[in-house]
Design a protein around this ligand. Structure first.
Ligand code: PBG
Length: 339
């Protein structure tokens, strides 16, 4: 009789050659799998994107993003504290203004909803969680583009840079320690860095949405910010066909002084993320966007996939491809599971 710990396997069938290696050995128990795991998600690696709506007295649920809301200032504070308690590493704020105009005046108004919301977040979580701003004009323009338009109706790169500089100063003044430049204008990192430094904001960091693709996966986000865009962003956001160009964009942003570079969306661009992570001397982020969230939520709601496993696996995959931190609408919930 064998002791209970003896191998259970019987003699090998004579016809089967012995495997040269047995990688299954390290998969045989939960303890071994945990010991040898190459990556694991930690709450501090997660950033929660949030929406705050100007003039709202009640939070508004988003049909295309179940579980995500447009916050009032009050519920924004509450959700920020909840995220902080769960150990989330950062908060990324988007504003949904009540009024919009051609140049996106609300973006640079200290009393505009995004700047007011940023101040509320900084006040609420202080230094415990990194408060990040979305630095882009699309939520604030009546035409819905990420910049200002020229006489012919095209997004004017260099005029937009001046607006981004003004926006950066307004956001830095809220106390937000990291500005997320998501507009995909050429030279935006250098322009913002120069404006910040000239005004004394040398410690305000720039997170550059470096490789940001013109993606169908932003669909639900456009509902979330009540986007008025007609047409598309293909003259400034990147072509999904291009991999090499993702690295080029990140390299340009690094040369312009980006403190963090980001790839967005995440799940359909893991090759680009791996390229950028391999080359970047600064931390690399990835944004699991609204459509990626909606896809998993919809499949899970239908009982087609296991929601929690799919969420965990999707974020782990993004980390495995090279992200140092991940923006995800599941940040608080996932952080809670990980505790
Ligand atoms: C631009 C911005 C967008 C997203 C983040 N910043 C929308 C766009 O470029 O059209 C999308 C985020 C998401 O889909 O979750 N301000």
């Amino acid at each position: 009789t064998r002791p209970a710990t003896a191998p259970a396997a019987g003699p090998r069938p004579a016809t089967a050659p012995a495997p040269a290696a047995r990688p299954r050995r390290l998969r045989s128990t939960a303890a071994t799998r945990r010991l040898v795991a190459e990556h694991r998600t930690h709450p501090a690696d997660l950033v929660l994107p949030m929406f705050v709506k100007g003039g709202a007295s009640e939070p508004v649920a988003l049909g295309s993003m179940p579980g995500v809301v447009q916050h009032t200032l009050d519920t924004l504070r509450h959700a920020a504290v909840e995220a902080a308690e769960a150990g989330v590493g950062g908060l990324m704020l988007f504003g949904v203004p009540a009024e919009r105009d051609a140049v996106g005046s609300g973006a640079t108004d200290p009393d505009g909803i995004l700047n007011v919301g940023l101040r509320a977040l900084v006040e609420e979580v202080g230094d415990a969680v990194v408060v990040m701003s979305d630095l882009c004009l699309d939520e604030f323009t009546d035409h819905g583009h990420c910049g200002v338009l020229d006489a012919a109706g095209r997004v004017d790169n260099d005029t937009t840079l001046v607006r981004y500089q003004e926006m950066a100063l307004a956001q830095a003044a809220t106390g937000a320690p990291m500005l997320g430049l998501s507009g995909m204008m050429d030279g935006q990192v250098a322009a913002v860095r120069e404006a910040l430094d000239a005004d004394g904001w040398t410690d305000t960091a720039v997170l550059a949405y470096s490789a940001k693709y013109a993606s169908a996966f932003y669909g639900p986000f456009r509902d979330a910010v009540e986007s008025t865009l007609t047409g598309d962003r293909k003259t400034y956001q990147m072509d999904p066909a291009n991999r090499r160009e993702g690295l080029r964009e990140a390299t340009l942003d690094l040369a312009e002084g980006a403190d963090v570079v980001m790839v967005k969306p995440a799940m359909s661009y893991l090759d680009v993320l791996a390229d950028v992570a391999a080359a970047s001397p600064v931390p690399v982020a990835a944004y699991q966007v609204s459509g990626e969230y909606a896809m998993i939520e919809a499949a899970a709601a239908n009982g087609w996939i296991d929601r929690r496993r799919a969420v965990e696996e999707s974020v782990l995959g993004i980390q495995r491809a090279g992200a140092d931190f991940v923006l995800t609408y599941w940040a608080t919930e996932l952080a809670g599971w990980l505790r």
